[in-house]
Design a protein around this ligand. Sequence first.
Ligand SMILES: Cc1cc2nc3c(=O)[nH]c(=O)nc-3n(C[C@H](O)[C@H](O)[C@H](O)COP(=O)(O)OP(=O)(O)OC[C@H]3O[C@@H](n4cnc5c(N)ncnc54)[C@H](O)[C@@H]3O)c2cc1C
Length: 398
Amino acid sequence: MVLGMTNRRVLISGAGVAGPALAFWLCRHGFTPTVVERAPEPRDGGYAVDFRGASLRVLDRMGLLAQVEAAATRMGEVTYVDGDDRPLAVTPASFQSGELEILRGDLTRILFDATKDDVEYVFGDAITGILDHRDGVTVTFERGEPREFDLVVGADGLHSAVRSLVFGDESWYRRDLGYYVSICTVPNHLGLDHAGRFHNEPNRTAGVYSARDNAEAKALFWFGADSLDYDHRDVGQQRRIVEEKFAGVGWETAELLSAMREAPDFYFDSASQIVLDTYSRGRVALVGDAAYCASPLSGMGTSLAIVGAYVLAGELAAGDHVSAFRAYESEMRGFVDACQKLAQGNGKWFVPPTRGWIRLRNLNYKLLPYLPWRKVIEELPLKAGNAITLKEYAGAPA
Ligand SMILES: Cc1cc2nc3c(=O)[nH]c(=O)nc-3n(C[C@H](O)[C@H](O)[C@H](O)COP(=O)(O)OP(=O)(O)OC[C@H]3O[C@@H](n4cnc5c(N)ncnc54)[C@H](O)[C@@H]3O)c2cc1C
């Protein structure tokens, strides 16, 4: 292993999934990572995320697979229902939940606990400036004093501040897929048992699925819309958008909207992809959603984040940052393309635009067990999840 002594101090922006996973591997390879996170503590709650293919092997190499399995959601079927809660179609667990599913907040906590003793975490702060002066990087912060690092990695999600500072305005790289999603934690008022119930009206999907062994539930609202102009930090405005879009939708929607108003957490964003022609500039690189967000419609974002962190750290341990960043990109590119492709054109199945589409989708799901191409459909996500051959890096357990 050639450890570039000058590249030891790595600042990572973002303590979501990719950030702590990268810090984990950098520590294993002998680097000294610092993670700065805007939130005051690791962010709890959130929606369910799935793992498929190569990401499970990375979790195994991290020694965390058993912990993630112990916290798995064990979700079962999702039933699509009409306005009177009558079942119209059912999809099996494998359809929504991948090979292994966990609440995003639980995953973040597991990754944080696995790294907190070895990694410097700075919560409640954010990067405001990055000056790459060839020998190193001077970073300024909203609250803390300026500091020197050898490398900076943006793991700060779809709306990455590092990407904006170094690569330019988000609008240059973000491709909106024409859908928005909102998720929050609500009471399990339907008494769902490891199951979900979704209701469609044209261009809108309202749903609820049980979580934490049925102790609570997640309400979810999807709708189709061209790019909306709203403030990413203004949760009140985002709640109003959801209320307006779902006003008058039948089934349990009014109940779910009223639970949303009281919810302890709230997520709202566009289903978007980030498409960059390079994942690094100088001494700054990007990982996870910041570099190659595939959108929730792909079900691959967490897998990409976990695998990307493993590859980036492994390549940095193998050589200087210039060749490492180049190798990271060439290892990841095909995998990213396969995962992003999964989401494209997928939205109509989840948020059908018309009543005709809703009927067609339900008919397809009903007939699915008998369709000759069922296996092909089921195996598509797994194929994308395995569209990378993991290298074995020195210092990483095989
Ligand atoms: C509704 C929904 C469902 C999903 N379902 C799945 C699924 O089934 N399977 C799957 O694989 N993926 C799924 N995803 C995607 C998955 O959540 C993301 O792809 C994954 O979390 C990416 O991890 P990340 O660490 O790159 O980004 P994030 O998890 O977004 O983490 C970014 C972190 O950076 C922090 N941050 C942001 N800005 C700053 C700043 N300026 N300074 C410091 N910190 C900052 C944030 O607070 C956050 O902690 C889903 C996403 C959504 C929204």
